[in-house]
Ligand binder design. Structure first.
Ligand code: PLP
Length: 450
C-alpha cells in the first residue's frame, strides 16, 4: 500500500524540500542511497552533544555486573559467562570476498562480525538496552524498599518475597518485536506485571513467545510510533508503571553503550589494532536509533577518532537519514514524504527517528546508507553461503555499508585515510538478530534468494 505524499511538510511544499535537499528525490523513489555527513566533528567535540560520558557507561557496566549472579540463576545458559550477556566477534574473510564481488569493491583490510544476533536470552541487540533498563528499574525499587544493598549478592532477588514485591509494579513498552521480547522476558522473570504493545509489523512468533512467558501482548494495527504512543499513554495513568521509552530513554542508550567496553578486549584478542594507522569501520542497522546510537556513542568514547560508524536503514524506513540530513529529526516522518515504511526488516520498520538520539549522535556518525528488502534477502543468503550464519532480515543491513565506505574516495580523503590505511582497516558488521527465529520462518527468508 502506498501512502500518498502530502503536498507540503512543515508548511513547505515537497518540491521546495527536494530542491533544498536533493537526496530526498532518491529516498522518495525508494532507491538505495548513501549520505556522508559533512558536519561530522572530532570525537571530543561530537561527544559533547550526547550529555552523557564514560562515567555513565561504566556505571551501567557495574550495574550489569551486580545483577550477574541473579541472571545466572534465571538463565542457566549464562553460567559460562558468569551472568554477563555478551556475544562473540568472529572473522569473516569469505563474506568480505563475497561482498566485494556483489557490491563491486576490491576487498582489503579485514572483516569481523559482531554476533548480537546470538546474544543470550532474546537473540537480538535488544538484549543489551532492554534488559539493562528493566534491571535498573528493579534495582531502584529494591534499594528503596531495603530488599537489597549494592554490596549484596543480587541472587537473593530470586525469591518469592522479592517477586511478590515486584508484582506491585508494572513495566510497559511499545515495540516492533525484539525490544518487546527482551523486556517481556526479563521483566516477567523479575516479577513485574508486564505489557507489550506490538506494532502491526511484529512477527506472530514473537507475540506467542511473550504470551508463553506470561506477558500481556496488545496488538496494534498501526506502526511502531503508534504502538509506542499508546503504551506511553497507558503508562502515564499509573504511577507504579514504568514505561520503557524507546524514543527517549537514556537507560536503554547506556545499556547499548556498554557493548563498546566489551568489544575492546575482543578486538585485542583478535589482534585487530585500532589506532591512527588502523581505522575501524562499524556498520550498524538502524531503526529508531537507540541501539546503533548507544553502541556508536560507546565506541567513540573507547576508540575516539579512530572508529567510524555507519548506520544502515531500509529504503522503506530511512528515518534517521531523513532526520539528520534535513536537520528536522523527529519533526518529520518518512511517511510525510510518501515513503511507506513497509519493510520485511521488522526490527527497522520505524518512520520517525527518536528525538533524543538523532540530536545526540548527529555529529559522531559518519554516514547513512539505505538498503532494499530484495537486497537484504540476497545478503542473508550470501552470509549463509559464505559463513554458515542465519539471521533475520533486519540483522544483516550493516553489510550494505562496506562498499559505500571503500569506494568513496572523497569521504576517505576527508578522513585522511589513504590506500595504505584502508588496507590496514578493520570493518566490523554488527549483526543484530535472528538466532531465535523459528525454523519454518527462517526457511522462508531463503526461499526467494538466487
Ligand atoms: C531494534 C533492532 C535494530 C535497531 O535498533 P534501534 O534502536 O531501533 O535503532 C537493529 N536490528 C534488529 C534486529 C533490531 O531488532
Amino acid at each position: 500500500m502506498m501512502t500518498a505524499p502530502s503536498r507540503s511538510v512543515l508548511g513547505k511544499p515537497i518540491e521546495e524540500w527536494v530542491s533544498q535537499y536533493p537526496l530526498l528525490e532518491e529516498l522518495m523513489a525508494l532507491r538505495e542511497s548513501a549520505w556522508f555527513n559533512p558536519a561530522v566533528a572530532p570525537a571530543q567535540e561530537a561527544l559533547q552533544d550526547v550529555g552523557l560520558g564514560m562515567a555513565d557507561v561504566e556505571d551501567a557496566s557495574r550495574r550489569l555486573q551486580r545483577f550477574a549472579p541473579l541472571l545466572v540463576r534465571y538463565f542457566p545458559e549464562l553460567a559460562k559467562t558468569g551472568g554477563i550477556i555478551e556475544s562473540e566477534t568472529v572473522e569473516a574473510s569469505a563474506f568480505l570476498d563475497a561482498l566485494g564481488q556483489r557490491h563491486g569493491f576490491t576487498p582489503s583490510g579485514r572483516l569481523l562480525l559482531k554476533k548480537d544476533s546470538h546474544l543470550p536470552i532474546s537473540g537480538s541487540i535488544k538484549a543489551r538496552g532492554g534488559i539493562y533498563e528493566v534491571l535498573k528499574r528493579a534495582e531502584t525499587l529494591a534499594l528503596a524498599a531495603g530488599l537489597i544493598s549494592e554490596k549484596d549478592d543480587y541472587g537473593k532477588l530470586d525469591s518469592d518475597a522479592a517477586r511478590a514485591f515486584f508484582s506491585n509494579y508494572s513495566v510497559m513498552v511499545g515495540s516492533t518485536g525484539n525490544l518487546g521480547l527482551s523486556i517481556g522476558i526479563i521483566s516477567a522473570k523479575i516479577g513485574f506485571k508486564t505489557t507489550v504493545h506490538m506494532s502491526a509489523d511484529a512477527r506472530a512468533w514473537k507475540k506467542q513467545k511473550l504470551r508463553q512467558h506470561g506477558v500481556e501482548v496488545v496488538e496494534h494495527t498501526g506502526d511502531y510510533s503508534a504502538a509506542v504512543a499508546q503504551g506511553r499513554k497507558d503508562a502515564e495513568a499509573d504511577p507504579n508503571c514504568h514505561f520503557v521509552d524507546d524514543e527517549h530513554s537514556k537507560d536503554l542508550f547506556l545499556g547499548y553503550a556498554v557493548a563498546a567496553l566489551r568489544l575492546k578486549p575482543q578486538l585485542a584478542a583478535r589482534q585487530a589494532v585500532v589506532d591512527e594507522e588502523h581505522p575501524l569501520f562499524v556498520y550498524l542497522p538502524c531503526g529508531v536509533g537507540g541501539g546503533p546510537g548507544g553502541v556508536a556513542f560507546g565506541l567513540k568514547l573507547v576508540f575516539g577518532d579512530h572508529v567510524h560508524c555507519i548506520f544502515v536503514e531500509p529504503t522503506q524506513s530511512p528515518c534517521m537519514l531523513l532526520g539528520v540530513y534535513t536537520g528536522k529529526h523527529d519533526e518529520v516522518s518518512v511517511q510525510d514524504f510518501g515513503i511507506p515504511n513497509r519493510t520485511i526488516a521488522d526490527g527497522l520498520a520505524v518512520g520517525r527517528a527518536s528525538s533524543f538520539i538523532g540530536r545526540a549522535v548527529q555529529r559522531l556518525v559518519d554516514g547513512y546508507v539505505t538498503v532494499s528488502d530484495e537486497e537484504l534477502l540476497q545478503l542473508l543468503a550470501l552470509l549463509k553461503r559464505s559463513e554458515g550464519i542465519e539471521l533475520e532480515p533486519s540483522a544483516i543491513a550493516g553489510a550494505r555499508g562496506v562498499s559505500h565506505v571503500v569506494n568513496n574516495t572523497q569521504y576517505l580523503a576527508g578522513m585522511r585515510i589513504d590506500v595504505g590505511k584502508l588496507a590496514r582497516a578493520t570493518h566490523l558488521i554488527w549483526l543484530t538478530g535472528g538466532s531465535m527465529v523459528p525454523a519454518e520462518e527462517m526457511a522462508s527468508y531463503f526461499k526467494h534468494a538466487s
